[in-house]
Design a protein. Structure first.
Length: 72
């Protein structure tokens, strides 16, 4: 299963990034309900997008830890 992170919104697109630092534009209407910047999207083998709230929370915690170390 592939994962993307919503980097930002531009017009009618969500700009998403994968682990190889490649960017993809996904139309807003294709996103799962409640998707926001920073959320992790999982793409199933048949192309269905879903929010991965557990991966989003883990990512958020890693970022906060890095910020804490940086500003100490």
């Amino acid at each position: 299963m592939k994962q993307l992170v919503i980097d930002r919104f531009e017009g009618k697109y969500a700009i998403c990034e994968d682990k190889e630092d490649r960017y993809f534009a996904i139309e807003l209407q294709e996103l799962p309900q409640g998707a926001k910047e920073g959320h992790v999207l999982s793409i199933s083998d048949d192309g269905v997008l879903s929010l991965d709230l557990e991966a989003t929370e883990q990512r958020r915690k890693r970022i906060l830890e890095k910020q804490g170390r940086l500003f100490q």
